[in-house]
Design a protein around this ligand. Structure first.
Ligand SMILES: O=C(O)[C@H](O)COP(=O)(O)O
Ligand SMILES: [Mn+2]
Ligand SMILES: [Mn+2]
Length: 546
C-alpha cells in the first residue's frame, strides 16, 4: 500500500492523465503544426492553468545520450514507472561495447545453430540509426562477430525507415552498408542483403492493427516472394522512380536475387535474429516465427529455425523465448502500486497507441493489474493523413462514459494524432490532427469538473511541433529540389508540456518547474493528487500544495 499524505487528502474526484502523443514545445513556430493549429482549448489551458515543461528525450528517459529523441516506449515507460531505466538502445550498445552480448547463451545458440544447419544466419530489422527500434551499428557489430565465429553466410532483411530518420534517407544507410558487406565478404564468408521494404508496408505492424503487413513481410523475408532486384540500392532507386513522392517507410517490398532465384530465403536449420530492441512492432513477426499453432495468416511454410530477438519483447508472455540482451527490469510501476493501494484504473486509446497506455505504461507487461480496466478503440487502417482526426472523438466518448460511471479513481488515455499524423510529414493534416485533439479535450474537461476531478495533460515526446527539417544555423526550413519545404517525419528533441487542469482545489494546487523535471516525475505527482505519498523508488512529485 502507498502511504496516505498527511498534508493533503487528495482531490475529491478522479485524477485523469491525458497523453497527447507527439505534442512537443518547439523553440520556433516555423514549421510547427501545433502553432499553426486553431486550438482554443489548449490555448486557454496554457494561459490559465499551472503548466511547466518536462524533459522527454535523451538521458531523462533512459536513452544513451541527449542527442537521442524520445519515443513512445521510453516515454510511456518513464511516465508509468515514475523512474528512469537504461532502455533497450543503451543496454544493447553497452552489451556490444563490453562484449557481454557474445558471451550470452542466446548469441552462442544462434551461432551454433547456424553452423549446425546450412551455415546461414539471418538478421531482420529496421535499417537505420534512429535508435527508436534499432540501430544499424548493432547490426554491423553482429555481422563482424558472426564472421569471426565462423558463420559462413549472413542474410539481412532490411526494413527501410524514413520515420525515425529523414523521410528519404534510405540510400544513406543502404549504400555504405552494401559496400561494407562486399568488403567483409571473402571466399569463406558471404554477407548480403536479401530482402526488404518500407517499415509501414511490411513486418513491423503493432498491437494487431493490421496482420496483413506481417504476412507481406513473411512472404518477402521467409519465402522470398516478390519483385527481384540485383541489389538493395537498385531496388530503392527503381521503386522510388516508379512511385514518385513515396517516402521510405511506404516503399513496396523487394527481394534480392537473379534469374528468379532469391539469394536469402529462410530455410530449416537457419538461425534468425530480429535485431530491433523495441517490442511493440517486433511482437507479431516474433509470434509468426515461434508459435506452432499460429493462425493469424497462412505461413505456407514454417521453417524450423533458431530464433532470437534482440531483447525479450514481452515479459509476461516470455516472447521471444531466446533474446540476446536482457530488457530493463522495470519494477514498481504506478499501475502496480495503485492496484496494491486499491485505486481503480481505466486506460483507453485507439489500437495504434493502445499498448502504449497498457503494455508500455506497465513496464512492457501485457498482463493487467487488479482493478485495471482497458478499452481499445479500433484504429482505422488507412494512411492517417487521410483521417487526421483518427479516433479522437471515440476516445473522448469512452473517457466521458468511464468518468461518468464513477468507477475509476484514475483514468488515462493517449491521443495518437500529433504523432501518427506527424509521422506522415503532411503539415496540413498534422494541423488538423492537433485541432481534433483540442476538440476532444473541450468535451472531456467539463466532465472531469462535474466529477470533482483534475487532469494532468502532457505528451510523451515531440513530433507535430516540427514538421519541416530546419537548417541548424538559420532555423529556416530546408528546401527540396523543387523549392518545397523538406518534410520532417521523425520525433523531436523538444520538451513537452505538463498542464494541471484543476477546478476543484480553489487554487490550492500548482506545479513546480524544476531543473530536472521530466516524464518520470508524473507518477509521484499523480499519487499526491490522489492523496498518497509517492513510492520510494519514484522520482519527485512536481505538485505544489499551498
Ligand atoms: O514506431 C513508430 O511509429 C515510430 O518509430 C516511433 O513512434 P512512437 O514512439 O511514437 O510509437
Ligand atoms: Mn509517442
Ligand atoms: Mn511516433
Amino acid at each position: 500500500m502507498l502511504q496516505k499524505l498527511s498534508s493533503f487528502p487528495g482531490v475529491p474526484g478522479p485524477v485523469v492523465i491525458i497523453v497527447m502523443d507527439g505534442y512537443g514545445l518547439p523553440k520556433t513556430d516555423v514549421g510547427s503544426a501545433i502553432a499553426a493549429a486553431r486550438k482554443p482549448t489548449l490555448d486557454k489551458l496554457f494561459a490559465t492553468c499551472p503548466n511547466i515543461r518536462l524533459k522527454a528525450h535523451g538521458t531523462a528517459v533512459g536513452m544513451p545520450s541527449d542527442d537521442d529523441m524520445g519515443n513512445s516506449e521510453v516515454g510511456h515507460n518513464a511516465i508509468g514507472a515514475g523512474q528512469v531505466y537504461a532502455q533497450g538502445a543503451a543496454l544493447v550498445a553497452g552489451a556490444i561495447a563490453d562484449g557481454s552480448i557474445w558471451q550470452g547463451q542466446a548469441w552462442q545458440e544462434i551461432v551454433a545453430g547456424a553452423k549446425a544447419g546450412r551455415g546461414v544466419l539471418h538478421f531482420i530489422g529496421l535499417f537505420s540509426d534512429g535508435n527508436v527500434h534499432s540501430h544499424i551499428d548493432h547490426l554491423k557489430a553482429m555481422v563482424v562477430q558472426a564472421k569471426a565465429e565462423g558463420v559462413k553466410t549472413v542474410r539481412i532483411h532490411a526494413l527501410l525507415d524514413g520515420r525515425d530518420v529523414p523521410e528519404t534517407s534510405a540510400l544513406e544507410y543502404v549504400e555504405p552498408f552494401e559496400a561494407f558487406l562486399a568488403e567483409i565478404s571473402d571466399p569463406s564468408f558471404d554477407a548480403r542483403i536479401a530482402s526488404g521494404g518500407g517499415r509501414q508496408v511490411i513486418t513491423m505492424d503493432r498491437y494487431e492493427a493490421n496482420w496483413a503487413l506481417v504476412e507481406a513481410g513473411w512472404k518477402t523475408h521467409v519465402l522470398g516472394q516478390g519483385e527481384q532486384f540485383a541489389s538493395t540500392a537498385e531496388a530503392v532507386k527503381a521503386l522510388r522512380q516508379r512511385h514518385p513522392g513515396t517516402i521510405d517507410q511506404d516503399l513496396p517490398p523487394f527481394v534480392i536475387g537473379a534469374n528468379g532465384q532469391p539469394v536469402g530465403t529462410i530455410e530449416d536449420g537457419d538461425a534468425v535474429v530480429f535485431y530491433n530492441f523495441r517490442g511493440d512492432r517486433a511482437i507479431e513477426i516474433t509470434r509468426a516465427f515461434e508459435e506452432a499453432d499460429f493462425d493469424k495468416f497462412d505461413r505456407i511454410r514454417m521453417p524450423k529455425v533458431i530464433y532470437a530477438g534482440m531483447l525479450q519483447y514481452d515479459g509476461d508472455l516470455q516472447l521471444p523465448k531466446r533474446f540476446l540482451v536482457a530488457p530493463p527490469a522495470i519494477k514498481d510501476t504506478m499501475g502496480e502500486w495503485f492496484a496494491k493501494s486499491g485505486v481503480t484504473q481505466f486506460a483507453c486509446s485507439e489500437t495504434q497507441k493502445f499498448g502504449h497506455v497498457t503494455y508500455f505504461w506497465n513496464g512492457n507487461r501485457s498482463g493487467k493489474f487488479e482493478g485495471e480496466t482497458y478499452q481499445e478503440v479500433p484504429s482505422d487502417v488507412v494512411p492517417f493523413e487521410q483521417r487526421p482526426w483518427m479516433k479522437s472523438a471515440e476516445i473522448a466518448d469512452a473517457m466521458i462514459a468511464a468518468l461518468k460511471s464513477g468507477q475509476y479513481k484514475t483514468l488515462r488515455c493517449n491521443f495518437a494524432n500529433g504523432d501518427m499524423v506527424g509521422h506522415t510529414g503532411n503539415f496540413r493534416a498534422a494541423t488538423l490532427s492537433v485541432e481534433a485533439v483540442d476538440l476532444a479535450l473541450e468535451r472531456i474537461l467539463p466532465v472531469i469538473d462535474a466529477m470533482g476531478g483534475v487532469a494532468l495533460i502532457t505528451a510523451d515526446h515531440g513530433n507535430a511541433d516540427e514538421m519541416f527539417e530546419l537548417d541548424k544555423k538559420t532555423k529556416q526550413p530546408q528546401l527540396n529540389a523543387d523549392g518545397s519545404f523538406k518534410a520532417k517525419t521523425a520525433h523531436t528533441l523538444n520538451p513537452v508540456p505538463l498542464i494541471l487542469y484543476d477546478n476543484v482545489s480553489g487554487g490550492k494546487l500548482g506545479l513546480k518547474q524544476t531543473e530536472s523535471a521530466g516524464l518520470s516525475n508524473i507518477a509521484a505527482t499523480v499519487a499526491n493528487l490522489l492523496g498518497y505519498e509517492k513510492h520510494a523508488k519514484w522520482d519527485e512529485s512536481l505538485l505544489q500544495i499551498r
